[in-house]
Design a protein around this ligand. Structure first.
Ligand code: ZN
Length: 188
């Protein structure tokens, strides 16, 4: 098992609609195991397969809920239903989101307060998770990854322009860039 490099915005796999998983084999188990390890090392609360360069509809998540319960799992071929996304200005204090594919940055974004995710697990058993608050936000963020959408694509102004500036300043937004959790980050 291994930690896999995380692709940075600009890599085509992050901006492509991922494919349904049709083969449930040992390779898939290895991939999901690596995704858990990579998410944990990053660390992150969620990771989608395209972020490790795999064009498949899979994400893992790990979230300690407000009620103290630990939520951790994988969803394969998910669907997502959400409540209405609230109107108004996104709040820096409570709605600033980050992404391992836009590493080290955060911008505020409105999300629905409730989400219902359905899919299957590694044994093709049905999975259904109802989430609220930040947990629901994680599912919206990860589901977007499977459709080639990053949270920065959804930002409103001025955050959209600010994020584009940061991405340009850091030399991102082009194919082939990645970072590997646990290794020293190269500046440049
Ligand atoms: Zn992300």
């Amino acid at each position: 098992m291994a930690i896999r490099p995380i692709r940075i915005t600009g890599d085509p796999v992050l901006h492509t609609v991922a494919k349904e998983v049709t083969v449930f084999d040992q390779d898939l188990r290895d991939l999901v195991q690596d995704m858990y390890e990579t998410m944990d090392e990053a660390p992150g609360v969620g990771l989608a397969a395209p972020q490790v360069g795999v064009n498949l509809r899979i994400f893992v998540y790990d979230w300690d809920a407000e009620d103290g319960s630990a939520q951790r799992g994988v969803v394969i071929n998910p669907t997502l239903e959400i409540s209405e996304i609230p109107e108004g200005e996104p709040d820096w204090e409570s709605e600033a989101e980050g992404c391992l594919s836009v590493p080290g940055e955060r911008f505020p974004i409105k999300r629905a307060n409730r989400a219902l995710v359905r899919g299957v697990d590694l044994d093709q058993n049905p999975v259904e998770i109802a989430a609220e608050g930040w947990f629901a936000r994680i599912f919206q963020h990860e589901f977007d990854h499977l459709n080639g959408t990053l949270y920065v694509d959804r930002l409103v102004e001025p955050h959209k322009t600010d994020s584009q500036k940061v991405i340009e300043e850091r030399g991102w937004g082009q194919p082939g860039l990645f970072w590997t959790p646990g290794e020293e980050r190269l500046e440049g």
